[in-house]
Structures are given as structure tokens and as C-alpha cells.
Write a protein that binds this ligand. Structure first.
Ligand SMILES: NC(=O)c1ccc[n+]([C@@H]2O[C@H](COP(=O)([O-])OP(=O)(O)OC[C@H]3O[C@@H](n4cnc5c(N)ncnc54)[C@H](OP(=O)(O)O)[C@@H]3O)[C@@H](O)[C@H]2O)c1
Length: 252
């Protein structure tokens, strides 16, 4: 099987690293010349990666075509390209719906997928719409696949996946605060990363325990965890989180 990527940006870099370190069998991966640095880096690292200047040539040579371009570029270039009728197209474009992609590509075999950068470690959730056995099998090698039944549902997942920077900011604030109390920066960062990693791993391992229950189990009445939670709730920290989620939701 040959894969083709229109757009060699950050997500293409992560996916190709994930694919070529996984069990997925591929003969060749054809990628865009753009971005030049990333395409150069990928073709240098992997023999199977071939850089092509012409997007049409990528499509002609591939069985699966991945749209790893921004919405603006997609609207501009897709209507000018010719896709094969039996070719499956996987779109990572956040704000273009399937109907529009069908119109632009004149192809009916479209799947919308939400990958995340950790796909390079073959970790993290991957949202797929609509269901497709082949695409599900492919991405199951790269993370935890969640298939959604309605296209509109993926909007919620796009919204929650927009919490990456603010999540890291939470870690950064925690670590910087520790530093302000006299802890060395590298120790503070190490501690913070390990703390949040352990919390996430614990939640995954306790797969029968709901998140709500984890909130209960991780505090003792009158204890320090209970105090921090109550203070944040009183200051409307979580209400603000919902408010921001609602406003980002409107963008998808
Ligand atoms: N990054 C993520 O974690 C993530 C996750 C899920 C979905 N997505 C979606 O995936 C898409 C790509 O995201 P990204 O983060 O990888 O963006 P990005 O790093 O900006 O990559 C987009 C790439 O498209 C290239 N490009 C521009 N015009 C082109 C053309 N005419 N033909 C071929 N390639 C062209 C750009 O090259 P130049 O640099 O030379 O302009 C750039 O390398 C977006 O729609 C995004 O919403 C991203």
C-alpha cells in the first residue's frame, strides 16, 4: 500500500513517525515538498518517504490520500486536483465538512479523522467519522480509535483537543510556582511532568472508575485536595472552562 500526504506540516511529521515505527505495512509514502524542512527531514530519516513537488503526482501514486493542509489551502487546491474514484481520502482538516470535501474532490470515499501529535508515539485518542473498517484498522496501530456516529459529534472532540496549550500552561504554572518557592527549575519540571503523567496513567488503569468517582477518591474530607478543589470551584475555575469550551465549539 502506498500513502500520500498533501501537506508536510506538523501532523504529517507525527503520523509518518508513528506509521513507520508501527506494524502498518506500507511500500512508499509520498509527501509534499511543502513544508521543505519537514519533508527533507522525513525523507532523510526514512527510505520509504519520497518527496514530490506536484500534489497531483502524490494522488496518482497513492492508495490512501491524507489531507494534512489547512482549511484555506484545502479550499484553494482541492477543486483543481483529480482523485481516483476508488481512492480513499482521509481528511484532517478541522473546519471543512465531509459534504464540502466530497464536492471539492468529486470523490465519495471520505473519512474525517482527528489525530493528535502524540500519534508519533502511537498514543492518544483518534476520532474517526464515518465508520470505515480499513481506516479503523490502520489507525488502531497508531492510538486508541473512537468512531463517532454523527459528523456533528466530532465538533465536541475538536473543541476538547484544543486544550493542549492550556493543559501545558497548567503544568508550567505549577512548575514555575514550585520554582518560586526555591525548587530548582529542572527538578520542578521533572516533578510536575511525572505528577501529571501518573495521574493520567492511574485514570487509564482504573478503567472501571468514572472520572467523577476519581474526583471523590482522590480527596479526604477536610484534606488539602478537598480544599484546593473547593477553592477552585468557588472561584468558578471549572465554570470558566465550560464557557471557553462552548465558545471554541462554535468555531468548528
Ligand atoms: N497539528 C495537529 O496536531 C493537528 C491535529 C489534528 C488535525 N490537524 C489538521 O491538520 C491540518 C494540518 O495541520 P498542521 O498542524 O500539520 O499544519 P501545518 O504545520 O501548517 O502544515 C500544513 C502544511 O501544508 C503545506 N502547504 C501549504 N500550501 C500547500 C500546497 N499548495 N500544497 C501542499 N502543501 C501545502 C504547508 O507548507 P508551507 O509551510 O511551505 O506553507 C505546511 O507544511 C490542519 O487542517 C489542521 O487543522 C492538525
Amino acid at each position: 500500500m502506498n500513502l500520500g500526504f498533501l501537506g508536510s506540516g506538523r501532523i504529517t511529521l507525527s503520523i509518518i513517525n508513528g506509521v513507520l515505527n508501527s506494524k502498518v505495512r506500507v511500500q512508499k509514502i509520498f509527501i509534499s515538498y511543502r513544508n521543505r524542512n519537514i519533508s527533507k527531514k522525513l525523507s532523510k530519516k526514512f527510505k520509504k518517504v519520497v518527496v514530490l513537488k506536484d500534489n497531483q503526482e502524490i494522488i496518482n501514486k497513492s492508495n490512501l490520500v491524507f489531507l494534512a493542509i489547512t482549511p484555506i489551502v484545502g479550499k484553494k487546491i482541492l477543486p483543481k486536483l483529480k482523485f481516483k474514484s476508488d481512492q480513499k481520502i482521509i481528511s484532517f482538516i478541522s473546519t471543512i465538512k465531509i459534504d464540502k470535501i466530497k464536492k471539492y474532490t468529486k470523490n465519495k470515499k471520505i473519512t474525517r479523522v482527528i489525530p493528535l501529535p502524540f500519534i508519533n508515539m502511537r498514543k492518544g485518542p483518534i476520532i474517526i467519522f464515518p465508520k470505515d473498517k480499513q481506516i479503523k484498522k490502520f489507525f488502531s496501530n497508531l492510538g486508541t480509535v473512537i468512531e463517532v456516529k454523527k459528523e456533528n459529534l466530532s465538533k465536541g472532540f475538536w473543541s476538547t483537543s484544543s486544550f493542549m496549550a492550556s493543559f501545558y500552561n497548567l503544568l508550567n504554572t505549577t512548575s514555575s510556582w514550585l520554582t518560586s518557592k526555591g525548587v530548582k527549575k529542572n527538578e520542578a519540571e521533572k516533578y510536575t511532568k511525572e505528577l501529571f503523567l501518573a495521574l493520567s496513567e492511574d485514570a487509564i488503569n482504573k478503567n472501571k472508575t468514572s472520572l467523577k468517582q476519581l474526583v471523590v477518591e482522590s480527596q479526604t474530607p477536610g484534606g488539602t485536595n478537598a480544599y484546593v478543589l473547593k477553592e477552585l470551584q468557588k472561584k468558578k475555575f471549572y465554570k470558566l472552562q465550560i464557557k471557553v469550551l462552548n465558545s471554541i465549539f462554535k468555531k468548528f
